[in-house]
Design a protein around this ligand. Structure first.
Ligand code: NAD
Ligand code: UGA
Length: 458
């Protein structure tokens, strides 16, 4: 079969893998190859045990792999043989030197740009899929267009907005696709090529085009706005606990204003995930670089409230359990940073587990998909840690349950049985407000939700 377009994606991670699987499934006339420097990851993409868990992803990959979707470690060959190259490598927070702890670490990104330059034998469209600081495309262009051999590169920005746990649905039915380009003749032509790919399944009115800097910046700003809503409601949850208000009632009332809207107003133990924190800090760093300290302070406070909310959860546990956790057994229901994923990057559960161990509590970690990652995250941390997948078994003999991930399976467990198996008085700290608090209280638990008055038997 001859293919109309040959697409490469460098970086087979949470974004590269699912995004390319969707393009392959929606564009059968495109040949899509995903490459990575990590051979184990590629082997997993080629096996029945994919490296990431996402509802619907197995089916999507099974339907396309070996037909028009390929996973490989042959990066040089991939660059040589393809005309459209997505770059979806990781862009973590820099951990050294200037900007450490704030700025984006662009070493993987730059290495990729240099590889593209070295191995290209024809002109190509290079697409920033990774989340990057505004003006990164300029650096990319400068690296790529430094030889005079007639090979040209058009750089586009096409940030990804999928959320983990709903990646397949988000990719199939995106709110919008954003494509930024230079507004030159070549830039606009390259932009149209990418528009045509997405137009195979995304309605035209949802495909936005913009100048390249607006596109890069919109991604950082979208994540900052989403995280800001969570920090806003979490800040209010602290006030609700003092004022005997119920944060769920407040967020319902506020969210019914059509100008505000109901989404992303669930109070919690704080946001996690690989991107919110890093992208806001990146935005803060950019603002400071441009001398916009007041703007930087504003966005930095979103991260500060998130840290405060996690520490507040621990302090509430300590206060409720008579100011000592030493020697007490605490079961953590959930370790993933949100439901329907095994991903634990920046999960609040990591901070909470470490803090509980610091207080000399013994912890039992339970999660349906994230136990492998949890073991890695807590490797070398001092203290008593056990890992038990079954939530009932995990809670046995414990003094308290801390619910940290909103997995559906925790909603309808046999709570009388769980209560009977626990040390008394038994506590539940619902960090996601998903349980039936009144029912748990009636069974005998002392129940501490987030941002609501506790229900206690004392
Ligand atoms: P990830 O760590 O899961 O995957 C990145 C992959 O790139 C890794 O497998 C790594 O081995 C590979 N890689 C690094 N350098 C390479 C090189 N030189 N050549 C080939 N492969 C290389 O990261 P991710 O979660 O997929 O995120 C990728 C980018 O997308 C980040 O910028 C992130 O901010 C952004 N993003 C992530 C999400 C998400 O939900 N995870 C959503 C939207 C945007
Ligand atoms: C987020 C964005 O939603 C995506 O649009 C974006 O593409 C992605 O980041 C990224 O750039 O990586 P993700 O982190 O996968 O996606 O998941 P979210 O659903 O946004 O949840 C993030 C965190 O916020 C989770 O820990 C979640 O539990 C928490 N959250 C979410 C709340 O505490 N309250 C809410 O109301 C919503």
């Amino acid at each position: 079969m001859t293919f109309e377009k040959r697409i490469l994606c460098i970086g087979a991670g949470y974004v590269g893998g699912p995004t390319m699987a969707m393009i392959a499934s929606q564009c059968p006339r495109c040949r899509v190859t995903v490459v990575d420097i990590n051979p184990e990851r590629i082997a997993a993409w080629n096996s029945d045990n994919l490296p990431i868990y996402e509802p619907g992803l197995d089916e999507l990959v099974r339907a396309t792999r070996g037909k028009n979707l390929f996973f490989s470690t042959e990066i040089e060959r991939g660059i040589r043989e393809n005309d459209i190259i997505f770059v979806s490598v990781n862009t973590p927070t820099k951990s050294f030197g200037l900007g450490a702890g704030m700025a984006a670490d662009l070493q993987y990104w730059e290495k990729t740009a240099r590889q593209i330059l070295e191995f290209s034998e024809s002109s190509k469209i290079v697409i920033e899929k990774s989340t990057l600081p505004v003006k990164t495309a300029l650096a990319m262009e400068r690296i790529l267009n430094c030889r005079e051999n007639g090979i040209c590169f058009d750089v586009l920005s096409n940030p990804e907005f999928l959320a983990e746990g709903t990646a397949v649905r988000d990719l199939k039915h995106p709110d919008r696709i954003l494509i930024g380009s230079r507004e030159t003749e070549d830039g606009l032509k390259a932009r149209q090529t990418l528009v045509d790919i997405y137009a195979s399944w995304v309605p035209k009115e949802r495909i936005l085009t913009s100048n390249i800097w607006s596109s890069e910046l919109s991604k950082l700003v979208s994540n900052a706005f989403l995280a800001q809503r969570i920090s806003s409601i979490n800040a209010i949850s602290a006030l609700c606990e003092k004022a005997e208000a119920d944060v769920a009632e407040v967020s319902r009332a506020v969210g019914m204003d059509s100008r505000i809207g109901p989404k992303f107003l669930n109070a919690s133990i704080g946001f996690g995930g690989s991107c919110f924190r890093k992208d806001i800090l990146n935005l803060v760093y950019l603002c400071r670089n441009y001398g916009l300290d007041a703007v930087a302070d504003y966005w930095e406070s979103v991260v500060k409230i998130n840290d405060y909310q996690q520490e507040r959860f621990i302090r509430n546990m300590l206060g409720a359990m008579f100011n000592t956790l030493a020697g007490k057994k605490i079961c953590l229901w959930g370790f993933a940073f949100k439901a329907n994923t095994g991903d634990t990057r920046e999960s609040p559960a990591i901070f909470i587990a470490r803090r509980l161990l610091e207080e000399q509590a013994e912890i039992v970690v339970s999660d349906p998909k994230a136990l492998k990652n949890a073991r890695t995250d807590l490797k070398g941390v001092e203290g008593q840690i056990r890992y038990i997948e079954d939530p009932l078994q995990a809670a046995e003999g414990c003094h308290a349950i801390a619910l940290l991930t909103e997995w559906d399976l925790y909603r309808n467990l046999d709570f009388p049985k769980i209560f009977d198996s626990m040390a008394k008085p038994a506590f539940i700290f619902d960090g996601r407000n998903i349980l039936d608090h009144r029912r748990c209280f009636d069974i005998g638990f002392n129940v501490y939700p987030v941002g609501k008055p506790p229900l206690t038997h004392f």
